[in-house]
Ligand binder design. Sequence first.
Ligand SMILES: CC(C)(COP(=O)(O)OP(=O)(O)OC[C@H]1O[C@@H](n2cnc3c(N)ncnc32)[C@H](O)[C@@H]1OP(=O)(O)O)[C@@H](O)C(=O)NCCC(=O)NCCS
Length: 277
Amino acid sequence: MRPDDVEGAYRVARGVLFARGPGEDEDRLRERQLRRIGHLLQTDAGGAWVADRDDEVVGVAQALLREGLWGLSLYAVEASEQGRGLGRRLLEAALRYGARARGHIVLSTEQPAAMRRYSRAGLDLRPCVAAAGIADLRAVPDEAARVQDAGAAGIPLADALGRAIRGAGHGPDLPWFLQNGARLLVFEERAFAMLAANGKVVLLAAHDDGAARVVLWAAIAAAGPGATVAFDFLTADQQWAIRVALDANLALSPDGPIFTRGQVGPLRPYLPSGPFL
Ligand SMILES: CC(C)(COP(=O)(O)OP(=O)(O)OC[C@H]1O[C@@H](n2cnc3c(N)ncnc32)[C@H](O)[C@@H]1OP(=O)(O)O)[C@@H](O)C(=O)NCCC(=O)NCCS
């Protein structure tokens, strides 16, 4: 992928993958996703691949490497080109970027073709559910009042907690979140949550389930009364988050699975980031 492919990669992903968030218009979605694709092209040029036909981008795969952990950030093939092996070749190219990685993570959609590709690449499937709704805030625990909106000062803690639960910090992706409107909430030295402007908890890691529960409740409350909140990719290891979701009266629904291979750490307590894992 070159910088002038970013627009085409967005167009392909908009056709088959990207959806507008609650209350988000088309221009905002476009700006948000162009910034995300552009950011990773800068940090991980070797993991960014496109397929083209007649100089038009028809497929994209973008992977990142953080401290020995490989993650797939973006993967899409134009609908009319699917099922002919382009996706396989794009994924192989992205995986070569992580050939020496100790672990691999993918957050999959529920698409049969996507799940087949990841499994065929030797990754193991971990089923997931997602939580969303307008939260009932009556069960917010008292400790949530001690959670702080730390801004950039919370980045070293967030990086350290990411390292503890998946063996790799999120490095340059943490400031990216803050530059793009997210809030970084921290609880003591034990937990952090990244809350996007649209009420979605886009990343969370903690030292223990109790601290994870407190920071998740604080994030739900910080979204404001009546706001739609959401967090997804809850594996069976995140029972603490499933309980918070139900206590907040959010609805659970099936989600795409997480795929992993190699040494990825305990991955708990953890709510991963779609683009940055
Ligand atoms: C996932 C995606 C990128 C794969 O690209 P692709 O070009 O279709 O991939 P390929 O043709 O190389 O492989 C698709 C595989 O799925 C299989 N497949 C396709 N449709 C299927 C279906 N409905 N049920 C089961 N298998 C299916 C194909 O037979 C092929 O398997 P094979 O190579 O073992 O025969 C593409 O389908 C896509 O853009 N999907 C929508 C976006 C998405 O969900 N992206 C994943 C983000 S995590």
